[in-house]
Design a protein around this ligand. Structure first.
Ligand code: SF4
Ligand code: SF4
Length: 352
């Protein structure tokens, strides 16, 4: 594996160079929060950023997205015929994505790019994107990524991993796509690989040791699904939930959406919007019946999906990358780490 050295004084120049071939997305501060957005010519990714409010999944799976359109004007030949909305799938790069958010994109791939179904909007956007990660030297107190199959220096889903070494970045080149981006940016100063890897491994160990928050997941796979479904703790967990949906909307691995048609004048659009299983409307049938009409059912669904159904279906870890966003932002302090530990240690009451 090749490691490139990027002197920080050359960073902005490289970013400018890369903008000639790539649309760049990166974290910027807006009001009190960091968010990922498309960078304008005079904008640069904030490499000192703390956690972004929502993950960069919205670059591939926007919160609201026009997918089909039609014209209702009957004087036009193809009126009322739904057509795919034209989109810009030219090359793009996401700069400074955290390793756990890159891993989350791989989890979303399991839903949007399967043998049976390929979501065209997701697949095109994914193909066009290069992921330039930034290792997390100082994990936040909410970060528990080292117990969710990722971690502060994890490489899964990345094309390049940047490591901030004070005056310079070391860039681990992980794929051809990553190499192509570095070539365009003009970052090509090779370094003593052995020494660089040693530095990176030491920093990795330090960052992993700084993560104080852990969850236990080792028993989840063997737990009986019905036992967990009927566990007595769901009412307690759900008691304070106000069904605001924040936990779903900030989660990098949540993939649920709703489809709406909207018409203005003769133009009609089919739009897909993020949705949340925490909302009673999510499962409301046209008949008026709602299979998850009560709050406890919805809260149980969220955690059972992330920590049990997903694990059973894919046998590849849980549907959570340990970013801690939902822990930090839930207005009533419902904490997936506690729920996970409850589920992991649950034993059914054999007296009944
Ligand atoms: S963020 Fe908290 S209160 Fe809001 S829906 Fe999620 S668990 Fe419930
Ligand atoms: S469930 Fe919470 S901690 Fe896990 S990935 Fe989603 S937002 Fe992050």
């Amino acid at each position: 594996m090749k490691v490139i050295k990027i002197n920080k004084k050359d960073w902005e120049n490289g970013i400018n160079q890369s903008k000639k071939e790539y649309q760049l997305f990166g974290p910027v501060k807006e009001k009190d929060n960091y968010i990922f957005k498309k960078l304008q010519l005079d904008e640069y990714p904030d490499m000192e950023h703390k956690d972004t409010l929502v993950s960069p999944k919205s670059i591939l799976f926007p919160q609201t997205e026009k997918i089909l359109q039609t014209n209702l004007d009957e004087s036009i030949d193809d009126h009322h015929i739904m057509k795919q909305v034209k989109k810009d799938y030219s090359k793009r790069a996401v700069i400074s994505i955290k390793p756990y958010d890159a891993k989350a994109i791989q989890i979303l791939n399991l839903n949007f790019d399967t043998d049976e179904y390929k979501d065209p909007y997701w697949c095109e956007a994914y193909k066009a994107t290069t992921f330039i990660g930034l290792a997390v030297n100082n994990p936040s107190v909410f970060d528990f990524s080292s117990s969710t199959n990722t971690g502060p220096f994890a490489e899964q889903g990345l094309d390049v991993l940047l490591i901030d070494c004070s005056k310079e970045y070391l860039a681990k080149v992980l794929t051809d796509k990553g190499q192509a981006f570095l070539d365009v940016a003009g970052f090509n100063q090779e370094t003593d690989n052995k020494k660089a890897i040693e530095i990176i491994n030491n920093m990795k160990k330090k960052a992993e040791n700084a993560i104080s928050s852990q969850i236990s997941t080792q028993n989840l796979k063997d737990k009986n699904t019905l036992d967990l479904y009927e566990a007595p703790f769901w009412d307690d967990i759900a008691f304070s939930c106000i069904n605001c949906g924040t936990c779903s909307f900030v989660c990098p691995t949540c993939w649920c959406f709703d489809i709406q048609d909207e018409t203005k004048g003769n133009l009609s659009y089919r739009i897909r919007n993020w949705d949340t299983c925490m909302s009673p409307l999510f499962t409301l049938h046209a008949s008026g019946h709602n299979p998850r009409g009560e709050k406890t059912m919805r809260v149980r669904q969220r955690f059972m999906h992330k920590l049990k159904y997903f694990l059973d279906k894919y046998d590849n870890g849980i549907m959570c990358v340990g970013c801690g966003r939902c822990v930090k932002l839930c207005p009533v302090n419902i904490d997936i780490r506690k729920v996970c530990n409850l589920m992991n240690s649950h034993e059914p009451d054999t007296d009944n």
